[in-house]
Design a protein around this ligand. Sequence first.
Ligand SMILES: [Zn+2]
Length: 335
Amino acid sequence: MEALLVTHPSALAHDAGWGHPERPERIEAAVLGVERSGLEVATLEAEEIDTALLELVHDRSYIDGVRRFCLMGGGAFDRDTSVVQESWAAALHSAGGGITALTALERRADAVAFIAMRPPGHHALRATAMGFCVFNNIAVAARYLTRSGAKVAILDWDVHHGNGTQEMFLDDPAVLYMSFHQSPFYPFTGHVDEVGEGEGEGTIVNFPFPAGTTGVTYHDAMERVVLPVLEQFGPDHLLVSAGYDAHLRDPLAAMRLEAEDYGSMAAALRARLGGLPTVFFLEGGYDLEAIATSVAATLRGSAGAAKVFSPHDVPSHTAVVTDAVVERLRPWFDL
Ligand SMILES: [Zn+2]
């Protein structure tokens, strides 16, 4: 299997502020991870997105406001989300990476795409930048696909809940959104009871795990919920909000995943879903070594070259979260 590395130099010029954990070196670490995966790598330039495509999930007035704010020199959207002039180009290429990846996958059946770009996206709302995110890159890609009738599954294993992505697809039956996250934790959304609204009821799945959760709980949740739900939903594409801040080395969060856990999850997805076109979007992750080793493991898993861990001795205080999710999803899925 071939790895398509989608990136662009503009990602290195976006500056989130002095000493900010969301820094350019993260891109270098992710690129190193792709190279260390052992897969054959083809590097593609992330295209600059047409702002008309951003309008699939963002308000025109917000897009224009971000452009003006950046081009006038930038500043802070909120306490932890800042931009500079160069961030405008970075944000356009970061969102464009999804389009580049999807277009390339159409021509390559046996490939997987990894987008190493920043700023990340899953907290960005329709008209609000937050949580280091400006445009919701994965949401743009999902809606780009559903426009032509495709069904899309988004798996978000970043340690934070992707509140922006959930919000955008709350009532959309064509997009399944599933998230593993530390709870209670920023942005304080993503409860088990948030299952979608209207026609989208049953297409939002949240696992709010407590601090200290280890890989075995994730593998248990994959087996009992994520994989069967994916099979029953039957997506045409899988998009992954691949943040690596649930890694035990991460300085911002308190989960305890190891690189091989990401490899196992990716391998399980591959084993159960076969050759479903898959795109990984870098979201968070603030320890450079954790990013590099976890990205490499993810791609090895996607290529079927990692072991699928079978869950055993799952701690009861985390298993109850998955139990609650199973109960909550019964009206829509056979679990
Ligand atoms: Zn995160």
